[in-house]
Write a protein that binds this ligand. Structure first.
Ligand code: SF4
Length: 463
């Protein structure tokens, strides 16, 4: 994108704001504790709006060996072996509880383990957890099994156990290869450690090895990040998730230390992202959306072409229309009618499950207006457009009329060149608008004005 001098700063002044990442709509801060385990149980039993019986399962393994200072994930830093041992017993029980609440004979077509650090578990514990899942939710032949791995704690025996269980996709936490940045974020991870784990995984038959990177970290400069990107391109991962660092000290107080360091300002952040975009496109990757890149033959790039891409709290994934069930502390489930999240605290989650209850601590049942806006936001986030005919096919009505409240904000964005508004009510995000995608989606968020008025900080910056 070519911009006149000063134009970028002008746009940033207008659009840098706090806003959701829209891995769900409504965003999680809207969910309440009024939606409890009984509400979730009722929604699990109803099969309204599900396409067949397909399920996507998410397993949250919360343990990590040490704390990375940028991290706002739900994790328990521990080296005590009894915690994972107890967790395995509890999660086996939770899997049964969820299965009992579900109607029908679901088929698992997608399974993902995230964390925390799933490979904090010993290889034998990985096999055990996988057995517990498989006995209750058998996976379909050809199901997609993927897992997040930290190269600092993942050995050959882990990889072998994972392949034995049928995992074919691995995403490696990398963040940045620059030693100075790594020291600042408290995550020392030599290039060789990442490279050799990737090589061994491919040798063992993993079909896809991805990297997770972060831009906007302390001490990152365009020159340092260009060097990281050169190394990434040379190591040729199949997928790249390039997340913007979220400075959310009210969730992750350890991030406060960064304020003394050199956190890149919004214009630098945007330049870091633009640099990555340019390098990765030049290296042959497809920009799948917001923060994800994939090789053209990868399932994510295919889902983008075939318009079956889905955005959920794991980021971008394939298989739109499938029910997502999460197990483990803090895990989120997404049904056509509702969102539900389990207790984030390990002990609270354990106590609920051991008492024979679903561990839901908050959620949200979607009303008709929520569903329309969820559709609009998901289309924009996944495909950079909201097509009036697709909206009509889904809801039998006109997007321009149903979601008219978005028009004033969209008109301003159109004047700034971020979107094109068409006569039939379709909205198309421009190349420039891709850099402000969260802002475009925010035009459709009915809850945001109230959240902004309350003055309480709950979201990271949009740019
Ligand atoms: S970044 Fe990963 S390994 Fe580091 S603390 Fe967070 S969840 Fe744990």
């Amino acid at each position: 994108v070519d911009l006149a001098p000063g134009r970028l700063e002008e746009l940033l002044a207008r659009y840098v704001a706090d806003g959701p990442r829209y891995t769900s709509y409504p965003s999680a801060p809207v969910w309440t504790e009024r939606y409890d385990a009984e509400a979730f149980r009722a929604d699990l039993a109803a099969r309204e709006g599900t396409e067949g019986e397909a399920l996507s399962l998410y397993v949250h393994v919360p343990f990590c060996r040490s704390l990375c200072h940028f991290c706002a994930c739900n994790r328990v830093v521990t080296r005590r072996p009894e915690l994972p041992a107890r967790y395995l017993e509890t999660i086996a029980r939770e899997i049964e509880l969820v299965r009992e609440a579900l109607d029908g004979a679901p088929r698992t077509t997608q399974l993902h383990w995230g964390g925390g650090t799933p490979t904090h578990l010993e290889p034998e514990q990985i096999r055990r957890l996988h057995r517990a899942l498989g006995e209750t939710f058998p996976t379909e032949p050809g199901a997609e099994l993927s897992i997040e791995a930290d190269p600092r704690v993942t050995g050959e025996a882990h990889l072998e156990a994972l392949r034995e269980c049928g995992f074919r996709r691995l995403s490696l936490g990398v963040q940045d290869f620059d030693p100075r940045v790594q020291r600042a974020i408290h995550r020392l991870q030599p290039v060789q450690q990442t490279a050799s784990l990737g090589e061994r995984a491919r040798r063992l038959g993993f079909e896809s090895v991805g990297f997770d990177l972060i831009y906007g970290l302390p001490f990152q400069t365009e020159a340092s990040f260009a060097a990281t990107l050169d190394t990434v391109v040379a190591l040729a991962p199949d997928r790249i998730a390039l997340y913007g660092y979220a400075h959310v000290t009210w969730v992750a107080p350890q991030q406060r230390g960064f304020e003394r360091h050199d956190l890149p300002d919004p214009p630098t952040r945007l330049r870091l992202f633009a640099l990555a975009l340019e390098r990765l496109l030049r290296a042959g990757y497809v920009h799948v959306g917001l923060d994800h890149f994939a090789r053209p033959a990868d399932a994510l790039a295919r889902a983008l072409r075939e318009r079956t891409l889905r955005r959920n709290f794991m980021g971008y994934t394939t298989q739109a229309g499938v029910r997502l069930l999460g197990v483990g502390p803090s895990a989120i489930s997404e049904l056509p009618t509702a969102y539900a999240q389990s207790a984030r605290d390990l002990e609270a989650w354990e106590a609920a499950v051991r008492a024979g209850r679903l561990a839901t601590f908050r959620g949200h049942r979607l009303g008709p207006d929520d569903r329309r806006r969820r559709f609009a936001i998901a289309r924009l986030m996944c495909h950079g457009e909201l097509a009036a005919d697709e909206y009509r096919a889904e809801f039998g009505s006109e997007v321009a009329r149903d979601l008219a409240s978005a028009r004033p904000a969209l008109a301003a964005q159109a004047a700034d060149g971020l979107v094109r508004l068409e006569e039939d009510g379709s909205v198309r995000v421009t190349e420039l608008g891709q850099l402000f995608l969260r802002n475009v989606a925010m035009a459709f968020d009915a809850y945001l004005p109230e959240q902004q008025r309350s003055g309480r900080r709950v979201f990271s910056r949009t740019v």
